[in-house]
Design a protein around this ligand. Structure first.
Ligand SMILES: Cc1cc2nc3c(=O)[nH]c(=O)nc-3n(C[C@H](O)[C@H](O)[C@H](O)COP(=O)(O)OP(=O)(O)OC[C@H]3O[C@@H](n4cnc5c(N)ncnc54)[C@H](O)[C@@H]3O)c2cc1C
Length: 316
């Protein structure tokens, strides 16, 4: 199979590649087959090969929002590498594997503004747009003009262009998240002319310092584990003071449930930021899943609030 895939894709395919080496959690078993792509053409070839060989696949960007099972993934993992992005007037066109924060800083240097709020979010353009990553109540989807995606269905594979309003962006949501067989190949962002590049870059550096002070960035994690909760004034009257950017902070519930510092195996709820689960000592995916389950049960029982994971499960 490895040789057949290599022939179809035209790239080296590695067998049994440990995915823990490609995730920020530093957790995850092997990918049966693993290939790295750095262009739309290579991404398309890899997806065609998976389709032809009837192999399950998943796209791995920066690996900063995934929890990969200990048993790994029995299929083809397609890792997008940083590719080119082109800045022309107020548009930035980027291959999905481009590093989001690098693209934002380059755009800022070119006097284009809008995405600075995401200037310290790890990961790729593809992973970021799929999950509409964001901060301070804003999401990167707000600045998307169009997305070119490779869509797979029973009839085959085709490229499709989605305009912004067709992407159905919402809090950590998009149409691509709802359709795992639609792979983001390229994104065009529409930014605004701005003539305060130095100031914006300085603000992003300051925001990084704030993140370092509040988040356990020196230990492997996948960022916030749970989504914040939609605030319903009637239902959540007693939690009014827990709001952050119009939502209830998931971390606040975890903190109030006295779960900070709780450990299972090598996984721990950070005592710096309660919505971060950290891999402090060779955690397994199983340790993390058990901790997630404990948090969800405790918060549901104590507050009647149902948590939903922000991180994505792969191979379970
Ligand atoms: C320290 C830390 C801080 C973080 N801070 C934030 C924050 O402030 N705000 C925030 O929103 N998130 C944050 N995150 C989470 C994470 O950085 C974002 O969700 C990021 O956008 C994920 O991008 P990625 O490339 O790493 O995606 P991955 O983790 O590689 O993948 C995530 C999902 O997207 C899919 N995917 C990846 N590429 C594509 C593609 N081209 N087409 C279709 N699907 C694709 C994958 O299959 C997977 O299901 C943080 C994470 C860490 C570790």
């Amino acid at each position: 199979m490895k040789e057949e895939l290599e022939q179809l894709i035209g790239l080296e395919v590695v067998e049994n590649e440990p995915l823990k080496n490609h995730t920020t959690f530093r957790v995850g078993g092997p990918a049966r087959y693993f290939v790295k792509v750095e262009s739309k053409a290579q991404l398309l070839a890899a997806l065609r090969a998976a389709h032809t060989k009837k192999l399950a696949f998943f796209i791995l960007g920066g690996g900063s929002n995934v929890l990969v099972a200990d048993k790994g993934f029995d299929g083809l993992v397609i890792k997008t590498l940083p590719g080119d992005f082109v800045i022309k007037e107020d548009l930035v066109t980027a291959f999905s594997g481009s590093i989001l924060l690098k693209m934002i800083r380059e755009a800022t240097k070119n006097n284009l503004g809008g995405l600075e709020f995401a200037g310290n979010i790890p990961g790729t353009v593809g992973g970021g747009v799929r999950g509409n990553c964001g901060a301070y109540g804003k999401g990167v989807g707000d600045f998307v003009k169009q997305v070119e995606a490779i869509c797979l269905d029973e009839t085959g594979i085709g490229l499709k262009v989605f305009q912004k309003d067709e992407c159905e962006f919402a809090y950590r949501e998009s149409i691509f998240k709802q359709n795992p067989d639609w792979v983001i190949a390229e994104v065009v962002f529409e930014l605004s002319p701005a003539d305060f590049a130095e100031e914006s870059l300085h603000k992003m550096d300051e925001e990084w310092q704030q993140r370092c002070a509040k988040q356990p960035l020196d230990t492997p994690s996948a960022g916030c584990t749970f989504k914040n909760i939609n605030f319903d004034a009637k239902e959540h009257e007693k939690y009014t003071g827990w709001q952050t950017n119009g939502k209830l902070a998931a971390g606040k519930f975890i903190e109030e449930a006295d779960l900070k510092g709780m450990k299972i195996g090598g996984a721990m709820i950070s005592d710096k930021h309660a919505n971060f689960i950290i891999n402090f000592d060779n955690a397994t995916a199983d340790d993390i899943v058990q901790l997630i389950s404990l948090v969800k049960t405790r918060v549901r029982n104590q507050f009647g609030v149902q948590f939903e994971e922000e991180i994505q499960y792969i191979g379970f």
